[in-house]
Structures are given as structure tokens and as C-alpha cells.
Design a protein around this ligand. Structure first.
Ligand code: MF3
Ligand code: CO
Length: 250
């Protein structure tokens, strides 16, 4: 089902988005080599508990944590565990929260200490692809046009562009219709309308786009073991135009 948001609903999503941005910033600021992924989850937990919001992920299909923490070859849905963060790691952090019944969901990736030029480019281009996609979000736009743009950026840089996980509508549920693929054909696919909110979340890999689910049933890893980046924002098409509710400093 496609849901339409009122200006009041969008205000709640904006408030949820601010908390998500705060969590991103705190994790980015505090993460140091030697910490575990559970330490990062604790940072999110503390902010959520003092911010009058609830965690979107915790308990979702029995998901056991507040964030997804996805190091290196983990593309998405990494469960925070006792993995110790190392210099040279690329870590993707994905967080969602609910404020007065409305979700916001966003992800970003960062390097711990020194990373290679190739890895820096992976981070930069994944983020760039998300922002180029966001620029196209408006009433009447077709999702195929947005997906095509994102895929073109991946292809130009020779990155694997993950196809079997996609973005989504968002609102009172974290995952609503429509599905938002990061590939497509111009002027085809689902047509966006004012009142809709979506998450666009490209996942680019240094190697193959192919991936598999780890033994824990959640963690998605690249098939060739090469590194991956993930960037996501929650975006609303309001009466006043397109708004990114999870805007951050990165
Ligand atoms: N944020 C993810 C997404 O964009 C969902 C995480 S799955 C969960 O779809 F189980 F961790 F919640
Ligand atoms: Co999402």
C-alpha cells in the first residue's frame, strides 16, 4: 500500500530524522580502532533512550540491535557483535528511529584511520550517487530515472552495484511500498507524488555486486570478500518541495 503524508506527518519524520543524524554524528565522532561494534550500538542506544524516540530496527523480525554495523565486506544488515574495529576498516552504519509513530532511516559509511585512495573513492561515489538520486526526487518523477542515474555512476566507476537489496517507501512502517531500485530505465517504473516519502540507499562494492547471507541469517557479505559502502537518506515530497529528513554533516 502507498501511503500519503500530511504536513504534520512530515514534521514527525523530520523530528525522527534529526535523532538519526545525531546518532550518525556521535558514532562517526566516537568510533576508534579497538572498539567493538557493540560499543557503537551502545552509543545509539543511549541517544535513543534520551531522545523520546524508539528504535525502528530492534525487534523488527526479531532483529537484536539498534543499528546495523557493517564492516568491510559486509554490505548491509551487519549485527553489532564483538568484532573489534581496526585501522583501515570501512564501516557502514544504518539507523532508524520512530517519533510519534513515524520512522526515519538512514545510513552512511566511513573509514577508520587511513584508508586507500580506491576506498576513499568508493565512499565518495556511493554518497554522490545518493545525492544525485535525491536531486531527481519530485512530484511526477519515475523511479526508473532515479535508479538509472545511480547505476550509471556505479558503472562509470567500475563498482558493483547491489541489485538484490533496494530502497523503500517509509512512514508509519519502516518498509512501505514502493520498492526503490538503484538501477532502472529512464522514464519507467513507479511515479512519485507529493505526500510520499522514500528511502534511497545505494550499496556499491569494490568488486562484484554478488553477495550472500552469513550464518547469522542477517549479515549480507560480498561474494568476493571485497569492501562495500552504503548510503541512505529518508526523503519526503512535501507541498514545499523535496526535503531530506536525515541530513547530516557527511
Ligand atoms: N535500514 C534497513 C533498510 O534500509 C533496514 C534494516 S533491517 C533491520 O532497509 F532489521 F535491521 F531493521
Ligand atoms: Co532503509
Amino acid at each position: 500500500m502507498i501511503t500519503y503524508k500530511t504536513p504534520e506527518d512530515f514534521k514527525k519524520m523530520e523530528a525522527a530524522g534529526k535523532v538519526v543524524s545525531n546518532i550518525h554524528y556521535e558514532i562517526y565522532d566516537k568510533t576508534k580502532a579497538g572498539m567493538t561494534l557493540i560499543d557503537l550500538d551502545d552509543i545509539a542506544k543511549n541517544i535513543i533512550e534520551k531522545s523520546n524516540v524508539k528504535a525502528s530496527f530492534l525487534g523488527y523480525h526479531d532483529y537484536p540491535a539498534h543499528i546495523c554495523a557493517s564492516p568491510n565486506d559486509v554490505i548491509v544488515h551487519g549485527i553489532p557483535n564483538d568484532y573489534i574495529v581496526n585501522e583501515g576498516d570501512i564501516i557502514s552504519i544504518d539507523v532508524g528511529v520512530i517519533f510519534e509513530g513515524y520512522h526515519a532511516d538512514a545510513a552512511f559509511s566511513f573509514g577508520v584511520g587511513e584508508i586507500t585512495e580506491e576506498e576513499k573513492n568508493l565512499l565518495l561515489k556511493t554518497k554522490h550517487a545518493l545525492h544525485e538520486g535525491i536531486k531527481l526526487v519530485k512530484d511526477g518523477q519515475k523511479l526508473g530515472t532515479i535508479g538509472h542515474k545511480i547505476d550509471k555512476i556505479a558503472k562509470k566507476n567500475n563498482f558493483g552495484n547491489v541489485r538484490n537489496y533496494v530502497g523503500h517507501g517509509i512512514g508509519q512502517e519502516m518498509h512501505e511500498e514502493p520498492q526503490v531500485p538503484h538501477y532502472g530505465k529512464k522514464n519507467q517504473g513507479f511515479e512519485l507524488k507529493t505526500g510520499m516519502a522514500i528511502c534511497i540507499e545505494p550499496m556499491f562494492n569494490l568488486g562484484t555486486e554478488e553477495n550472500f547471507i552469513d550464518e547469522d541469517g542477517w549479515t549480507i557479505r560480498t561474494l568476493d570478500g571485497k569492501k562495500s559502502a552504503h548510503w541512505e537518506h529518508t526523503i519526503g515530497i512535501t507541498e514545499e518541495g523535496t526535503r531530506v529528513f536525515t541530513e547530516n554533516l557527511f
